[in-house]
Write a protein that binds this ligand. Structure first.
Ligand SMILES: O=C(O)CCC(=O)C(=O)O
Ligand SMILES: [Fe+2]
Length: 223
């Protein structure tokens, strides 16, 4: 997949802040055309579902749509349920291959981008959200590398330090952007996609992950 520059206008918060160690943001990872095509294709062709998760003893449907894709051995425990992955959508497999081939020279100790699964989230509009969490489940290993690709309406992404309820960083993840979380990002930080009244369009986010068997994690996400 080629990735010439995206020429998107700078959005209100389009200039990302200086990010803490463990976060790398590349706004123009995909070309505009590639991002447009992927968005339409994945909105239509993904087997989206809206699972329920248990929060303080009560079951609630998650506030967005979701799908897991990956190699057959990459099942994942999510809020106590073992999730078997869907097979790779060809376009998502191609994106994974493109990530594998992406050279990242950021002067940090970043292992190669190798992933065996991807979690897709579809935010139908600004009412769909992702609550504060870290992707720190045991099967992701102690210092997971997660590659997050955003398509569609830019939504605000927020970071806060674990143990501190104040938001420390927030910026919009643009159409076709790539955010890499690595190192101690999941140990030290939580992230979220807050609800937003002014967003009306759909957004898809793909988080590529490497899931290491044995698969005995107890992943909990706060919706
Ligand atoms: O939608 C996003 O940008 C974040 C998704 C996320 O945090 C996750 O899938 O764990
Ligand atoms: Fe996450």
């Amino acid at each position: 997949m080629s990735s010439p520059n995206l020429q998107l206008p700078l959005l209100e918060t389009g200039i990302p802040p200086a990010l803490p160690e463990g976060f790398l943001y590349i706004p123009d990872f995909l070309s505009r055309q590639c991002a447009d095509e992927l968005l339409v294709q994945l909105l239509q062709e993904t087997f989206w579902s809206q699972p329920s998760v248990r929060v303080y003893g009560q079951w609630h449907p998650i506030p967005r749509l979701q799908a897991w894709m990956g190699d057959p051995d990459s099942s994942y425990t999510y809020s106590g349920l073992v999730q078997a992955p869907l097979p790779w959508h060809p376009a998502v497999a191609q994106l994974n291959a493109a990530l594998n081939d992406t050279p990242l020279d950021i002067g940090a100790e970043l292992p190669p981008l190798r992933f065996n699964s991807v979690l897709l989230n579809c935010y139908r509009d600004g009412k769909d959200t992702m609550g504060w969490h870290s992707d720190d489940e045991a099967e992701l290993g102690p210092t997971p590398v997660i590659a997050s690709i955003s398509l569609g309406e830019p939504r605000r992404f927020a970071l806060r330090r674990k143990g501190d309820s104040r938001m420390a960083h927030t910026w919009e993840l643009s159409h076709g952007s790539l955010l890499i979380m690595y190192g101690n990002s999941q140990r030290d930080w939580q992230h979220a996609v807050p609800r937003s009244a002014r967003h009306q369009q759909s957004r898809i986010n793909l988080t590529f992950r490497m899931i290491h068997p044995p698969l005995h994690g107890s992943g909990q996400q706060s919706g």
